[in-house]
Design a protein around this ligand. Structure first.
Ligand code: SF4
Ligand code: SF4
Length: 276
């Protein structure tokens, strides 16, 4: 058995769009029936590099989350399509039949990841095919994976225990597990929440409060960070919707404590420590 899948490491993605361009090069104007009709000249993002900007100036994070069709094993697009218009191949790739699916724009709305696009030229819904036409001719990976300069994309057979992807996927996570669709695409480094700020000493405002330990507490654990040369600190990778207490205790200064919720990313600004 073979089940093709992909692992995407968001922390490696620089947002260069090489994957998107490789996909355009492979599919725009090129007919790969029976897998897919040509991609149109504009409007389609079969691998959509989504930019996530978090926080606020000056402590901002930008992440790029590449999003192809997730080749779901329990794909809602399959169950809602007209008979035979979509099917799942033996290797796990979900295909929109370029002939049988003609004239059914409602297929676009059946994907919870919004990974399906309407092609008005061909009158058909389309999406990433994992370059099935290339795999069928002996290719080992998709064009986007081949084009990625940072190896943020890994492709392979999830059913082969010796494959790199089979090892990686054990530690990776799903994008939107709440959809419950068993995707064959998994992720590392998906953006989570952060809490950041800057420390300053009231009696020494002209110098940075460097190398000061800051701790973040909740019922589960205590995390620690140390301010950098500019007095900045950050706690990364926090779960959304959690509650914490941030504590700063420096000898000779009054202890500082503040409650923090991670419904959004939090920048506490400058915390000024007063002399005890
Ligand atoms: S990501 Fe969307 S289009 Fe792709 S298999 Fe899943 S439901 Fe279907
Ligand atoms: S080619 Fe790689 S690094 Fe560039 S946008 Fe795509 S996934 Fe990110």
């Amino acid at each position: 058995m073979t089940t093709f899948g992909m692992v995407i490491d968001v922390s490696r993605c620089t947002g260069c769009y090489n994957c998107f361009l490789a996909c355009r090069d492979e599919h725009a104007g090129n007919d790969h029936r029976p897998v897919t009709a040509p991609q149109p000249d504009s409007g389609h993002r079969w691998i959509d590099v989504q930019e996530h900007e978090r926080g606020k100036f000056p402590r901002v994070r930008v992440d790029y989350v590449p999003l192809p069709c997730q080749q779901c094993q329990e794909a809602p697009c399959l169950s809602r399509a007209p008979q035979g218009a979509l099917y799942r191949r033996a290797d796990g790739i979900v295909v929109i039949d370029p002939e049988k699916a003609k004239g059914h724009p409602e297929i676009v709305l059946s994907c919870p990841y919004r990974a399906i696009y309407w092609n008005p030229v061909e009158n058909v819904a389309q999406k990433c095919t994992f370059c099935a036409h290339l795999l069928d001719n002996g290719a080992k990976e998709t064009r986007c994976v081949e084009a990625c300069p940072t190896e943020a994309l890994v492709f392979g057979d999830l059913d082969d225990p010796a494959s790199k992807i089979a090892q990686l996927v054990k530690r990776a996570e799903e994008l939107h597990p709440e959809f419950g669709v068993k995707p064959s695409v998994h992720y590392f480094g998906l953006p989570k929440r952060f809490v950041s700020g800057e420390l300053a000493f009231a009696d020494r405002m002209d110098e940075a409060a460097a190398n000061v330990r800051v701790s973040l507490h909740n019922d589960a654990k205590v995390q620690e960070a140390t301010t950098d040369a500019y007095g900045d600190f950050a706690f990364e990778g926090l779960e959304a919707g959690a509650s914490y207490v941030l504590r700063v205790a420096v000898s000779g200064y009054r202890p500082h404590e503040v409650a923090v919720g991670t419904r959004n990313d939090v920048d506490l600004g400058t915390i000024v420590l007063e002399r005890a």
